[in-house]
Design a protein around this ligand. Structure first.
Ligand SMILES: Nc1ncnc2c1ncn2[C@@H]1O[C@H](COP(=O)(O)OP(=O)(O)OP(=O)(O)O)[C@@H](O)[C@H]1O
Length: 302
């Protein structure tokens, strides 16, 4: 696999290198010459990526190329086969309490009785679920309750947080799960296709929410996406993985006919529609066109 890194020290947003870094000068996430192997085969190699504080990064590419696997490497679930991977200045997995994670979409069945607010609370003390936490006094319990309320407010889920989550729509469930991932105030939020199975208005709303979490709350967001369009205007950088390698940079640098043609090793054309959407034509499988590939039977908000 070849790599065509076109990272720049300054992103299009004009952030300085210092602003992009975590306190102490380290970038929030960094991969240098990283590779991963699963089932005896190398999925990708030579991947270079730097993500700074409060930046929004999308991981794009066709099915099965290893986008979710990249998230697993950042979580420390899978080791990198080569190169260096750092998360908040440490090896992946070492700063796990500062990393929020939203796995690939799963829906709660209509019969699930647990309330949204309790799902969010699980993000705070799920490891002690059902067991009274020794020494957790009244003040700490109140602080926990207040943090849960605060994060529910942040994602705009207050109206339905006290309903059983199985009775919430797909978009409402997704907001509550994002709140769960944020409740411990992580500095990094990793999301695996959070817009999948949502209708277009909900994709836009969740994308806007993630943009705010990133740019206003200072959380670095890395999100696997199949369709770049709902998040395009919020993104600081993308890493695009395909058969020919991986390219990281700003969307304007990476999502071009020239770069994607080189990456896919086949003629690819990037067109911009009059409403600003990107259409990628000619690649083996179109990451800019939304399809419900996981057949999750997700509920939309109609
Ligand atoms: N533990 C494993 N052992 C063997 N193969 C694996 C393992 N984990 C993932 N794979 C394979 O690695 C490839 C990449 O998987 P991954 O889920 O990262 O792809 P993806 O780009 O996220 O795909 P999609 O867009 O369909 O979600 C797939 O072919 C998958 O079957």
């Amino acid at each position: 696999m070849s790599i065509h890194p076109i990272e720049r020290v300054r992103s299009e947003m004009g952030r300085t290198e210092m602003e992009r870094n975590a306190p102490g000068g380290e970038s929030v996430l960094s991969l240098r010459g990283a590779a991963v192997r699963v089932g005896g085969r190398t999925l990708w190699s030579g991947v270079d990526l730097t993500v700074g504080a409060g930046e929004f990064t999308a991981v794009l590419g066709p099915n099965g190329v290893g986008k979710s696997t990249l998230v697993k490497v950042l979580l420390g679930i899978l080791p990198a086969a080569a190169g260096e991977v750092r998360v908040l200045g440490a090896a992946p997995g070492e700063r796990s309490t500062a990393v929020g994670y939203l796995p690939q979409r799963r829906n709660f069945d209509a019969s699930v009785r647990i309330r949204g607010v309790d799902v969010v609370r699980l993000g705070l003390d799920g490891d002690q679920w059902g067991i009274p936490v020794p020494g957790l006094g009244r003040a700490k319990r109140r602080a926990a309750r207040e943090r849960v309320e605060q994060v529910i407010e942040l994602v705009g889920a207050a109206k339905y947080a006290h309903r059983p989550i199985g009775q919430c729509s797909g978009g409402e469930q997704q907001r509550l799960l994002i709140a769960q991932a944020l409740v411990r105030r992580p500095r990094v939020l990793l999301l695996d296709e959070p817009l999948d199975s949502l209708d277009l208005p909900n994709q836009g709303a969740i994308a806007g929410l993630l943009g705010r979490i990133c740019h206003e709350e200072g959380v670095s967001v890395v999100m696997v996406a199949h369709d770049v369009n709902p998040i395009l205007h919020h993104l600081d950088r993308v890493v695009y993985i395909a058969e020919g390698g991986a390219v990281a940079g700003t969307p304007a640098e990476v999502i071009t006919s020239e770069t994607l043609t080189r990456l896919y090793r086949t003629p690819v054309e990037v067109l911009r529609t009059s409403d600003g959407r990107l259409v990628v034509v000619g690649q083996p499988e179109a990451p800019a066109v939304h399809t419900d590939r996981h057949g999750g039977g997700g509920r939309d908000d109609h």
